[in-house]
Ligand binder design. Structure first.
Ligand SMILES: *Cc1c(COP(=O)(O)O)cnc(C)c1O
Length: 426
């Protein structure tokens, strides 16, 4: 059949690239937006207009690159994981199968994870706005520590909201923040965890925006936060692209990253989003399994809804209330996800899947024993999917795992969950 010539509107649509978001209203397709009380709208518009200027300010990005080099230790390596590659090749026992596995080593960034990429960028933004105080929310404490670190380095005052329950569970990170000069404010409302700390931080910001910048910790929240955090984290994907061309002479065939709020995945994926030959895979926390309802996988098992100021996939109960979630890893234990991931999911550009606590724990040991790298439990979700995925790819192909962080923070919890398995040596 002869295809009709595309109308001018259709040919224009063909020009629209997936990377051209958010639109002027802060939308990623139908997701995103600014679902906030009126008192916050002014602060968000102010931040948006400044950020639009900074995006074009070469001096700002040069200064951030300098800090990334001298203080964070970037670029971090793209390292060939021969041990994990051998493991993948043993699975199918087929000479033609088993992609080479590479690790993007965000665990080697200062403070041990990708979170510093965002906090340093936003702290610099705060300075640019002439604001001398920053606030942040934190769950397990990783984003709080990264915020306190950036504040100490750049001479800003820092206060971190943290659920009282998390203050108790994550005492080491509370001490780290205090050592770095930050004040930790325990939050006693609600479930006394991350969700409540986020509400309190937003409430603080409504009354303090004149002199305070709020550093949100992932690609979530109202516009313009998802775009700002994505842009600061995109250093991961840009470096990976250059390193892939240098190390194996082409782009990766597949890239796998874990998804909590979605910032390490967004930063890795965004520079590749228009390279449609590169397969992108986001791995959510499958917890005790999808049928149990005890998981944290909104893209795989949730519905569109509003949480913390934006429209995105959210885990909800039958009444549409935000559901309780579970994951063995604190960084993935969140009922929502960034709006851009919802957009990528519905566009069919990124494949989202989930991995259970048990599978992640197993992969945590693979990474430690095959590579000599103790990765974060969050990251172990990506490793579990990636090794199985590489097993059925061609041996000439390359798969990159975003190694989002190191696992020192998780060894106690992992040992408890592994039990006897820790003493078994296969
Ligand atoms: C916080 C954290 C995550 C999850 O957050 P994203 O915004 O989804 O990246 C993943 N890995 C590590 C090591 C973390 O600290």
């Amino acid at each position: 059949m002869i295809q009709p010539a595309p109308s001018s509107e259709e040919s224009q649509n063909a020009q629209i690239r997936l990377s051209d978001v958010p639109d002027g209203g802060g939308r990623f397709g139908s997701f995103g937006g600014m679902y906030v009380p009126e008192t916050l709208i002014d602060a968000l518009y102010q931040l948006e207009s400044l950020y639009l200027k900074v995006r074009e300010d070469k001096q700002f990005w040069d200064r951030l690159s300098d800090l990334n080099r001298s203080f964070v230790g970037r670029p971090v390596p793209l390292y060939e994981a021969r041990g994990l590659t051998r493991r993948a090749r043993r699975i199918n026992q087929d000479r033609e199968l088993g992609a080479a596995i590479w690790l993007k080593r965000e665990d080697l960034a200062h403070t041990g994870a990708h979170k510093i990429n965002n906090t340093l960028g936003q702290a610099l933004l705060a300075k640019k706005m002439g604001k001398k105080r920053i606030i942040a929310e934190t769950g397990a404490g990783q984003h709080g520590v990264a915020s306190a670190t950036a504040a100490a380095h750049l001479g800003l005052r820092c206060e971190v909201y943290m659920g009282a329950e998390d203050v108790r569970r994550q005492s080491l990170n509370v001490v780290r923040m205090k050592m770095l000069g930050a004040r930790v404010i325990p939050v006693d409302s609600g479930s006394r965890t991350l969700k409540d700390a986020t509400n309190e931080a937003m409430r603080d910001w409504m009354g303090s925006v004149e002199h305070t910048h709020y550093i949100l910790g992932s690609v979530v929240g109202p516009h313009p936060f998802p775009a700002i955090v994505r842009d600061f984290q995109s250093v991961i994907g840009r470096e990976t692209k250059a390193q892939a061309l240098r190390n194996f002479g082409k782009l990766p065939d597949s890239i796998v990253a874990c998804v909590g709020g979605g910032s390490n995945a967004a930063g890795m994926f965004y520079p590749f989003i228009d390279d449609t030959d590169v397969g992108l895979v986001g791995v959510e926390a499958g917890g005790r399994g999808p049928s149990t309802g005890e998981h944290a996988a909104p893209l795989s098992h949730g519905k569109p809804g509003v949480l913390h100021g934006s429209l995105s996939y959210v885990l909800q109960d039958p009444d549409g209330q935000t559901a309780g979630v579970h994951s063995c890893s604190a960084g993935l234990d969140y009922p929502g996800v960034g709006p851009e991931h919802s957009y990528w999911k519905d566009a069919g550009r990124v494949e989202y899947t989930d991995v259970t606590d048990d599978e992640a724990l197993e992969a945590f040991l693979w990474c430690a024993r095959d590579e000599g790298i103790i990765c974060a439990l969050e990251t172990a979700h990506a490793v579990a999917d990636a090794v199985n995925r590489a097993a059925s790819m061609h041996k000439d192909q390359n798969l990159v795992i975003n190694l989002s962080g190191r696992g020192d923070k998780d060894v106690e919890e992992a040992a408890r969950l592994l039990g006897d398995r820790l003493d078994r040596h296969a």
